[in-house]
Design a protein around this ligand. Sequence first.
Ligand SMILES: [Zn+2]
Length: 265
Amino acid sequence: MAWYPAARKMELQPESDSQAAIVPTQFIMHSIAAPWTKERIYEYWAESTNLESHFGQSYDGSIAQFIGTQTRADANYLANRRPDGTGAVSIETASNLQHTDPWTDAQIEGLISLGVWLHQRHDIPLRICRTADDPGYGYHRLHAAWSTGGTACPGDARVKQFRDVVFPGIVARTTGQPNPQEEDMTPEQDARLKYIESKLQKLYDQADVLPWTYKNTTIDNRDMHQVVRDIDARVEQLETTGLTAAQLTALSNKVADALAARLAE
Ligand SMILES: [Zn+2]
């Protein structure tokens, strides 16, 4: 049982004693779609059987901890506790009802401090989770396997803050370096990228257009969306180069298969 010294300890029972142990390998951030204090978040978990997180954060940045970080909490679906015993540490943060507002400066500071502690205490690696099981830092909607049926949580504004301020802030405070190290792709991501590239390369050779690659790109959901947009743009260009409709359809299907396989992880 590990408790974050800077948090107010508000132990949630029976979950804190009854739920299985985990080895924490990830930190996943949420918005709770309610402008609640950490105390109100605790009451909400205590009075219901909802999907509790380890931590709760008020708009003023202050944090409460409900469950030890080496015990399972239930906010992240398949990442709560995997068959190998690893799991995600989670925080719910105060937000507006639609979780469209940005984190306050105080919330950002609190998230960075907690993120640093999790790295120091549990060796969570300083990278953004490349897959649903990959150790590192993330936000709820980053991977489909972290929610049932998809979620927008924590909202567009906070996803941008996570990438621009919160995660870089955790890295900078931990390492003294301003930017995260560029991460290598996993072998699976590398293989899928090469598959897409090979399919595109063939079509470009046929169509007598320049090769197109996505080398050295760390693929996550955001990047995959960018890949899809770029492919769409490329296909539009190809339509003017004499490719048949059947060739274009085949390209779309191949790319869609590869993307679906990646996003289904
Ligand atoms: Zn969430």
